[in-house]
Each structure stands twice: as structure tokens, then as C-alpha cells.
Design a protein around this ligand. Structure first.
Ligand SMILES: Cc1cc2nc3c(=O)[nH]c(=O)nc-3n(C[C@H](O)[C@H](O)[C@H](O)COP(=O)(O)O)c2cc1C
Length: 171
């Protein structure tokens, strides 16, 4: 089986998932491409039976950069994975995933999906602290959320994406 692993990752969290997928499947399948989605070539996509597609959550959606690549995935079987900085609830993740799925070409088949929390840069906490100093009511919850996300993706998240990857190539 031939697969490709395409992702967009600004601060490395989603790349961690992609690297774990690569290491989990590389001895079991032919990995045609593993890297930044914008660098994937159309023949590598065409030859791949499954495309592992990774995104980071940018204002509730995948990034515009990744959206630019989606049209070349028409007709493909997609294993979707992503990271998000806010809350860890399944409901929240499902909402984001629905938005990303809706942005895919209509004839894509999403075979499965996996999401986990991804920590945010310290600059974001500094911004929240500034909000707290100004007495903005939402600041405490944002700081709590930031601190909860620290250290993610963690070992459990990476074990989860490994299981997901293996289930995708066996399905
Ligand atoms: C500009 C920007 C916008 C973001 N918007 C959201 C968002 O709407 N929802 C969310 O849960 N996380 C949001 N995040 C957090 C990232 O999605 C999260 O930290 C992710 O793991 C980053 O992945 P990466 O390291 O692969 O870039 C945002 C981060 C940045 C920098």
C-alpha cells in the first residue's frame, strides 16, 4: 500500500503527530511523501491510496495555507488528524473536524479522524496576562486553558495517533 502524509504545522505540534504517524507505518507501507502539504507533488498524491492530512486549528478552521492545497486531494481517501489549543472536549474537536471536512473536495472519503490538544506559544499567555491586568473577565479562563494545554501533544496523545494510523492502514 502507498500512503502520503501531508500537514501544515506552524509551531511543531501537528508535525509531531505527522512524525509519529510516519514512524508507525513506514515499515508497513510505502510512504510516498511525508512533509509540508504545500511541497507535495500531484503524482505522489495520485499514487497514494490513503492521504494522512494534518492541520492545526486557526480561528476554528484549518489554515488558509492548507486550504490552498485541498483541491488536489479530489477523490482521495483521507485520514484526517489535527491539533487545537482550546479545550479538550470531544464535542469541540468534532465541531472543528466538521468544518475541515466541509472544506475538502466533495468526492473525498474521510476514512477516520484524530485530534488532540496542542500547546500554544508563550507569547499567547503574555497576551492573556495583559488582558488579566486590564481586568478583562475572560482572561482567567484563557490562562487556565493555556496552562492545561502545556506539554501537549504528550505521550498519550502520540500513542493515540499511532493507534489511529495503524487502524487506517488496516481498514
Ligand atoms: C493564530 C492562531 C490561531 C489559533 N486559533 C485557534 C482556535 O481557533 N482554536 C483552537 O483550539 N486553537 C487555536 N490555536 C492554537 C493552535 O491551533 C494549537 O496550538 C496547535 O496545536 C498549533 O499547531 P502547530 O504547532 O502544528 O502549528 C491558534 C493558534 C494561533 C497561533
Amino acid at each position: 500500500m502507498k500512503v502520503s502524509i501531508l500537514y501544515d504545522s506552524q509551531t511543531g505540534n501537528t508535525k509531531m503527530l505527522a512524525d509519529t504517524i510516519y514512524n508507525s507505518v513506514r515499515n508497513l507501507v510505502d510512504v510516498m511523501f511525508c512533509g509540508n502539504a504545500v511541497d507535495a507533488k500531484s503524482d505522489e498524491i495520485t499514487d497514494s491510496e490513503i492521504i494522512f492530512l494534518g492541520f492545526w486549528t486557526d480561528k476554528g478552521q484549518c489554515s488558509d495555507k492548507l486550504k490552498g492545497v485541498l483541491p488536489m486531494l479530489g477523490g482521495k481517501k483521507i485520514a484526517l488528524f489535527g491539533t487545537a489549543g482550546f479545550e479538550g472536549s470531544e464535542e469541540y474537536f468534532q465541531k472543528i473536524l466538521s468544518g475541515v471536512k466541509a472544506a475538502l473536495p466533495q468526492d473525498c472519503q474521510v476514512a477516520g479522524n484524530y485530534m488532540c490538544t496542542g500547546q500554544m506559544p508563550v507569547s499567547v499567555r503574555k497576551r492573556y496576562e495583559g488582558m488579566q491586568e486590564k481586568g478583562m473577565p475572560q482572561a482567567d479562563a484563557l490562562i487556565r486553558n493555556f496552562d492545561q494545554a502545556l506539554g501537549h501533544p504528550d505521550e498519550e496523545d502520540l500513542n493515540g495517533v499511532k493507534k489511529f494510523a495503524l487502524s487506517m492502514i488496516r481498514s
